[in-house]
Design a protein. Structure first.
Length: 334
């Protein structure tokens, strides 16, 4: 009988360790080290870009336009008595002509030109005033702290207004109006759930973190104890029961509320924040003191000790005490 030569590589024996790939392992380790700070920087830059584009720049533009409107002194050619040269004197004040044939005070023109950088010079008198206000009053080291203080003060006043009676009434009326809009209400409801979960005062205070076998035996789910259960349920269970919120991943603001016997839950030695991080990351972020790979072999043997042989009955093992096969149990034969 002829033997057929194998055309593929010989398969590794069952249970053998995978082949070592040092280059791939080093690349993955480097990626694991680089990715967290990189993602953090990207998120912070995105947040700052959003705040700058939608809050800081509009506020700065409004402040600039207001200051220009308050201090501008632009004269047209018809307001300047002849002879009209590059510089004229009006009411004991020197004015200089710019490209759009308007006249602005000489000190404004000189300061803008003295602070000129790489950007081109303005072409209008109004542009000179905008540049003057930016250089004189709206410098970044002055605008950013002022904006942050003003924004925090605005949030404080808004929060005090909402907690007041008339403010709460206006806010509830606004929410009723938003929830009537077909597409906007879905986006607003999701954003409100996230903001209420992270920044609002929770109506339900989590007391401790537990695990329970849910939705069936053998599957362990993480939950938050929210309080004691119903009295009727405790009477039916013949022991105290707990109200436990079993959150869902990766959005822990939703989940299932279950009533569990107190003897069927196991307390975890982690904080509420660590549990939320674990849920949001879908189990990737685990507290350091809960990682099994950091345990020594002796601690692993102590925690995961196998069942003693004496605890297994001869009928369950299938052998008698003399070593011969035990007779089958008639009650387990269907």
């Amino acid at each position: 009988m002829s033997q057929i030569a194998s055309v593929g590589p010989n398969p590794s024996p069952l249970g053998a360790p995978p082949p070592s790939r040092p280059f791939r392992t080093a690349v993955l380790h480097g990626l694991a080290i680089l990715l967290p700070p990189l993602v953090t920087v990207v998120i912070l830059l995105w947040a700052w870009s959003t705040i700058n584009n939608y809050l800081l720049e509009p506020v700065s533009a409004s402040a600039r336009n207001t200051l220009v409107w308050m201090i501008k002194d632009i004269r047209s050619e018809k307001d300047v008595p002849p002879p009209r040269g590059p510089t004229v004197t009006i009411e004991d004040r020197m004015y200089c002509r710019v490209e759009d044939h308007t006249y602005i005070p000489l000190e404004i023109w000189e300061e803008v030109r003295a602070r000129q950088r790489a950007e081109p010079l303005p072409q209008t008198g109004l542009g000179y005033y905008h540049r003057y206000v930016e250089h004189r009053f709206l410098r970044p080291w002055l605008v950013i702290p002022t904006f942050l203080l003003g924004f925090i003060l605005f949030l404080y006043l808004l929060g005090k207004l909402i907690t007041a009676r008339i403010g709460g009434f206006l806010y509830s009326y606004f929410e009723r109006f938003v929830f009537r809009l077909p597409l906007v209400r879905n986006v607003y409801a999701a954003a409100k759930q996230v903001s209420d979960f992270f920044f609002g005062q929770r109506a339900v205070e989590f007391k401790r973190v537990v695990v329970l076998e849910y939705p069936r035996k053998g599957i362990w789910s993480l939950g938050f104890v929210t309080g004691e259960g119903f009295l009727d349920v405790q009477a039916a269970a013949n022991e105290p029961v707990l109200s436990v919120l079993v959150p869902t991943s990766p959005a822990p603001m939703t989940g299932f509320t279950v009533l569990v016997r107190r003897s069927e839950v196991v307390d975890l030695n982690i904080t509420i924040e660590q549990a939320i991080e674990y849920i949001i990351s879908c189990g990737v972020v685990v507290p350091l003191h809960q990682k099994p790979e950091l345990l020594s072999p002796e601690e692993r043997k102590r925690i995961w000790r196998p069942p003693a042989l004496a605890e297994i009955s001869p009928a369950e093992s299938g052998f008698s005490s003399s070593g011969a096969a035990a007779p089958p149990n008639p009650s387990k034969i269907s």
